[in-house]
Design a protein around this ligand. Structure first.
Ligand code: DC
Length: 244
């Protein structure tokens, strides 16, 4: 087993050799759609880390596991968890396609508590770094710039007014057939924002080095274009060796 300092040194070296666009921000800021489209435009892979936390949450719910403090049992469940994020966006847990369950009410209401568990974050962090080490990636979540990829070459923090975030998520839920009012979505967002930004381990926060983008009033295409311009302006799409 390598020591943690060796593995973090190795990770920093790996990171120097790869291209990471890190995108963070609260729920409903448009991160997922923007990150997916930006990745497509740049020819980078897309890493949806929220989907990873949702998939773990689904796995725990499926196993009726609620004792998040029971680390021994949790270790056991995590040990048997095989997450597979397919390039087309589908997510598999131990061979089962769980994509359509990731935005269910049950997962929505549990994912903040699950993602606050240090053991789970540690496991996800390792997986995220491993996935990014194989090539250029647009990685999206809450702690990409601050914790997982602190040396990412491009860092963005996407935000929007809570009412606009609620409106976007409400539209999203409507297309998925979930019946919920916009005011309920606004309260859910407020709860999630509070939990995500007050947890001890890797809370949602705006890294100093991240470029802040307020997406209120902007459509997806405009945000994608803005980020794409900034990445390209700083040598994106070429390998780090060629662009220095
Ligand atoms: O981005 P999303 O709504 O799919 O994220 C689902 C949950 O996972 C959200 O409550 C915050 C958590 N999350 C996290 O803690 N760290 C990440 N890197 C990504 C998501």
């Amino acid at each position: 087993m390598p020591s943690s300092s060796n593995s973090s040194e190795r990770f920093e070296e790996d990171q120097l050799a790869s291209s990471v666009v890190a995108i963070d921000g609260p729920s409903g800021a448009g991160k997922s759609t923007v990150a997916r489209q930006l990745a497509g435009k740049l020819g980078f892979a897309y890493l949806d880390t929220g989907a990873m936390y949702r998939a773990v949450t689904w796995h725990l719910l499926e196993n009726q596991f609620t004792e998040l403090d029971d680390h021994v049992a949790l270790e056991g469940l995590l040990a048997e968890l095989k997450l597979d994020l397919r390039p087309e966006g589908r997510v598999y847990v131990n061979g089962q396609d769980v994509t359509n369950h990731l935005r269910s009410r049950e997962v929505e209401s549990r994912v903040s508590a699950v993602s606050a568990v240090a053991l789970i974050r540690e496991r996800m962090r390792a997986m995220q770094r491993d996935l990014a080490s194989s090539g250029p990636v647009v990685a999206e979540g809450r702690d990409m710039s601050s914790v997982v990829f602190p040396r990412a070459r491009w860092k963005f923090y996407l935000d929007a007014e809570p009412e606009e975030r609620a409106r976007r998520r409400h539209e999203d839920f409507k297309t998925r057939g979930r019946k919920v009012s916009e005011s309920e979505v606004l309260s859910e967002i407020a709860v999630r924002d509070r939990l995500d930004s007050t947890r001890q381990d890797a809370p949602l926060s705006r890294a100093h080095s991240a470029q802040y983008i307020d997406t209120t009033g902007l459509d997806i295409a405009a945000v994608v274009d803005l980020l794409w311009q900034r990445v390209i302006a700083d040598g994106g799409g070429t390998s780090p060796e060629l662009s220095t």
